[in-house]
Ligand binder design. Structure first.
Ligand SMILES: [Zn+2]
Length: 99
């Protein structure tokens, strides 16, 4: 679900479809209706790899944004999705029996 392009809220609900079949969204915070951000550009695999590296170096998101040119909002979503996909295992010892 995209965030609201006007207020940045994530309280966005699906609100039907527009004529070309694209889903339409409505922001519950500011009532704005919108289709998925037309300025949204897919981030290249190279950029993502760079972001991953910078994250490992504990570079602040604002710094990563400046280096890679992606928006802070996108970075936040990316990091959120990343941590959701990978449960926190940072402090688990690398050694494991049988593998
Ligand atoms: Zn909004």
């Amino acid at each position: 679900m995209p965030n609201c392009p006007r207020c940045g809220s994530s309280q966005v609900i699906k609100n039907g479809y527009i004529h070309n079949g694209k889903p339409k969204f409505a922001c519950q915070a500011c009532q704005r209706q919108f289709v998925e951000n037309p300025e949204w550009r897919p981030i290249s695999a190279e950029t993502k790899a760079l972001i991953d590296k910078l994250l490992l170096e504990r570079v602040l998101l604002a710094g990563i944004g400046r280096v890679t040119g992606v928006s802070g909002q996108w970075l936040q979503d990316y990091v959120n999705a990343k941590y959701k996909a990978q449960p926190q295992v940072t402090d688990v010892p690398a050694q494991k029996n049988g593998s």
